[in-house]
Write a protein that binds this ligand. Structure first.
Ligand code: ADP
Length: 362
């Protein structure tokens, strides 16, 4: 059977861009494929003319295509036009689907369970308490937490003129895929479905004018951040971590992922930083200062430290984040400190400055 263009494209789907870790077909880098009598001509558009990884890509393309039975020769031609030099973020800014949203902030983490959704929810509620108009989108489509954390169970999504109407709770407008599926149903997304779901939450929700849209990302460095980077101009990202060494390594990976996607990292926040016992003493259950060291190493601000706090967990389980800001202990102050530091970094960025350290750890 003669090798066709489709066979070659299929083979090229196994070739990853070494930096973005996605295949070159999905990344739209393959611009032309022609094949005749076992000789293939492939045109690949690079993101930068002097791409240092050009040779690696060429070798990987040749290896992948030569594996096809009947192939005799593969010719690879590279190009890089001006548009290709633009980052996904620059292109997203040109086609911004949410022009009425002033700041879009993604909350990510290197791994699950570090309190990313908790941070996203409290950031949104905190900004709203400061007087801002805030939206909160559950981009964690694999394990949406917002229905529980915001008390949205049993609420039906409302559609007007083909647009989802966000729920308004705790002073925040919010939308989650979690209200459209059964809570225990496993969410298994293939690439295009995942992109469709994220796109729908962004573009088919009637967000209206917002000062901030907070997006709770899935944990890790997967497909959703890449899709978002292609779809929306993000003001920046916040990385959530915990004090342990292993958590720092995951957080570093998350920071690097955002940097690769050309998304500014506005800072990191250390969750489960310490625990205040009944004796009033602070206990560093997971060690001390890990996030501060990581932040300094990576040149990003540490935006805050959030204690391990039973009320925070309980209010998360009962969907009452407002109560976190009204406790007698340090929780509300720590959360507000983080919220204000983040808002400060957004202002710094709006004025064209680089991220500044905001917290000194003694
Ligand atoms: P992630 O989004 O990173 O998977 P979650 O925000 O869902 O993590 O948090 C996981 C669990 O840990 C939730 O039950 C949450 O209430 C709890 N939790 C998160 N941060 C804290 C904290 N600082 N103190 C107490 N419980 C916390």
């Amino acid at each position: 059977m003669a090798v066709t263009k489709d066979h070659i494209l299929e083979a090229l789907r196994t070739v990853n861009d070494p930096e973005l870790h996605r295949d070159i077909v999905t990344l739209n880098m393959v611009k032309n494929v022609a094949v005749c009598d076992g000789v293939a001509d492939i045109k690949i558009e690079l993101t930068t003319p002097a791409c240092p990884l050009k040779d690696v890509i060429q070798k990987d393309v040749e290896t992948a295509v030569m594996k096809l039975e009947g192939m005799q020769k593969v010719q690879v031609e590279f190009s890089a036009n001006v548009a290709a030099q633009k980052s996904p973020q620059e292109r997203a800014a040109e086609n911004n689907p949410l022009p009425n949203v002033k700041n879009i902030i993604a909350v990510g983490a290197g791994k699950g369970g570090v309190g990313k959704s908790t941070v996203a929810v409290n950031l949104a509620v905190g900004l709203a308490r400061e007087g801002a108009t805030v939206g909160l989108m559950d981009g964690d489509i694999y394990g949406p937490s917002l229905p529980t954390m915001l008390g949205l169970h049993n609420k039906e999504p409302h559609v007007v003129d083909n647009m989802l109407q966000p729920f308004e709770v705790h002073g925040v407008k919010t939308m989650t895929i979690g209200v459209m599926v059964q809570s225990e149903q496993p969410l298994i997304w293939r690439g295009p479905m995942m992109q469709g779901a994220v796109k729908q939450l962004i573009q088919q929700t009637n967000w209206g004018a917002l000062d901030y849209l907070i997006i709770d990302l899935p944990p890790g460095t997967g497909d959703v951040p890449l899709s978002l980077a292609q779809m929306l101009p993000l003001t920046g990202a916040v990385v959530v971590c915990t004090p342990q060494r292993v958590a720092q390594d995951d957080a570093r990976r998350a920071v690097r992922m955002f940097e690769q996607l050309k998304i500014d990292v506005l800072g990191c926040v250390e969750n489960m930083s310490y625990f205040v016992g009944d004796d009033g003493k602070e206990y560093d259950l997971f060690g001390k200062g890990g996030a501060a060291i990581m932040a300094e190493d990576m040149g990003i601000p540490l935006l805050g430290t959030i204690p391990i706090n039973t009320a925070l967990r309980q209010n998360g389980d009962t969907g009452n984040p407002t109560a976190n800001f009204e406790t007698d202990d340090s929780l509300g102050d720590e959360l507000m400190n983080f919220v204000r530091n983040l808002a400060g970094q957004v202002s710094v960025k709006a004025l064209g400055g680089a991220a500044q350290p905001t917290l000194s750890i003694s």
